[in-house]
Design a protein around this ligand. Structure first.
Ligand SMILES: C[S@@+](CC[C@H](N)C(=O)[O-])C[C@H]1O[C@@H](n2cnc3c(N)ncnc32)[C@H](O)[C@@H]1O
Length: 422
């Protein structure tokens, strides 16, 4: 019987990895990229742009493997098993908004002063900060004082703070209930039998639960915008990943499940001849911030995508919607969308397309694996590979044809274009 292929044979040694690191570092330095310590404040976080491109991926991959080999199996396993403690410290910092108490001009503040300002115990504050410091978040420039570094300064940005809060609160707490959930509801695809349901003792599915506590819905919406700040989920990939310029002037894009409208804003800025209707649940419309200059081209409409699509559009955009649902629900969303399509209109789906295990670097593969576990934990859904996407589209409607798949460089998501085959 044929043996399955051996995945990713690991032939690297500490020395060969060190050589790779040295080569990549030299290439990056000669290309003018900053490979040293990120500047400390008051430089703007935007000025410490990460090292870009394939050299960066190769460098990170080699560093990651080298760290693993240097640590050895026992240390690596134990460090991984304890990573929740770092997450807990970050949750603490996000929950009490500690970054906002640290001077943004680069100077430091005493732990005791921070404790007085927040009403938290000094000892607990210092212990939480000190674990973050050894993970490169904040620094302690002199004993008993904390200051921002380039990484902690990101927490001053509202959207990034919301992303970290969401990851370290709902996402983290739900993840700790995953095994218990599997024992209780093995193999379920129900939206309200998830680890999130156990963690929060609720019978509501994720988005209904968030809507019942509008501050969670608002934070999640902001978190979605925060996730687009990095390279992998940048909205530029959507701006460039579909031929928006080919649409006639005045075309309408329905941004289904568009949250606070951040995706439509990015597209509207780049494509000035297009109009947008952002559809989402009611709570999405509280305090949304569309720039004045775009308000004539972007409107909002309350719409539950499990019901009949009420808008006519040239493009129906589903960015990061279908991966939230197991097939039976995702099919329904697509069918409601198909029913509203007119001749020539298209569906644009932007989602991860899982690659076969071992076909990417660990650093790249981790992103889709982490997302996949998040989907399992919070929604009983999953990331899909191309075959799974194709069969979902076919089962939703056999006349729905996937005409193009584009994966922009450095994007963790692909743009899939669908048309009706009439
Ligand atoms: C993962 S977010 C994606 C947001 C945005 N499309 C993006 O790419 O950043 C899912 C969005 O779907 C919305 N949503 C969830 N259930 C919905 C429903 N039944 N009808 C309409 N929108 C819904 C959520 O409020 C949220 O804004």
């Amino acid at each position: 019987m044929a043996q399955p292929p051996i995945l990713r044979p690991d032939l690297d040694t500490i020395v060969s990895l060190a050589e790779t690191i040295s080569r990549c570092a030299r290439q990056l330095e000669s290309s003018g990229a900053s490979v040293g310590t990120p500047p400390s404040p008051p430089a703007s976080p935007k000025t410490q742009q990460n090292i870009q491109g394939t050299e960066r991926t190769e460098l990170r991959e080699a560093c990651d493997k080298l760290l693993y080999l240097a640590a050895g199996p026992y240390e690596h396993l134990m460090a991984t098993a304890q990573s929740h403690r770092v997450e807990a410290a970050l949750q603490f910092a996000a929950h009490f908004d500690l970054a906002s108490y640290v001077p943004s001009d680069g100077s430091s503040i005493a732990f005791s002063e921070l404790a007085a300002a927040t009403g938290l115990p000094t000892l607990q504050i210092s212990r939480m900060f000190r674990i973050l410091v050894v993970y490169h978040i904040f620094c302690e420039p002199r004993l008993g004082f904390v200051a921002h570094n380039a990484c902690s300064r990101l927490l001053l940005e509202q959207h990034i703070h919301a992303t970290v809060s969401y990851y370290t609160d709902e996402s983290f707490r739900a993840a700790s209930c995953l095994s218990e959930t599997t024992r209780k509801w093995p193999g379920t695809q129900e939206r309200n039998e998830t680890a999130l349901n156990l963690a929060y003792n609720t019978t509501l599915p994720k988005f209904e639960f968030f809507n019942a506590e509008p501050w969670r819905a608002a934070r999640f919406r902001m978190a979605m915008a925060g996730m687009t700040q990095g390279e992998s989920f940048s909205l530029q990939h959507l701006v460039q990943g579909f031929d928006w310029a080919s649409l006639p002037e005045g075309s309408m894009v329905a941004d289904i499940g568009g949250g606070g409208g951040h995706v439509s804003v990015a597209l509207a800025k780049a494509h000035t001849k297009l109009n947008f209707i952002v559809q989402d649940l009611k709570t999405a419309f509280d305090g949304n911030s569309i720039p004045e200059s775009l308000s004539g081209r972007i409107s909002f409409r309350e719409h539950n995508f499990f019901t009949t699509q009420p808008s006519s559009a040239d493009v129906f955009l589903l960015r990061w919607i279908l991966h939230d649902y197991p097939d039976k629900f995702a099919r329904k969303i697509l069918q409601n969308t198909v029913a509203a399509m007119k001749p020539g209109s298209r569906i644009v789906v932007m989602e991860g397309v899982m690659q076969p295990p071992g076909s990417q670097s660990h650093i790249c593969e981790r992103k889709s694996r982490l997302l996949d576990v998040a989907m399992m934990t919070l929604l009983n859904s999953s990331e899909r590979d191309l075959d799974a996407w194709k069969s979902l589209f076919y089962e939703a409607d056999p006349s729905l044809k996937l005409v193009k798949v584009t994966t922009p460089a450095a994007s963790a998501l692909s743009v899939m274009e669908l048309q009706l085959d009439v």
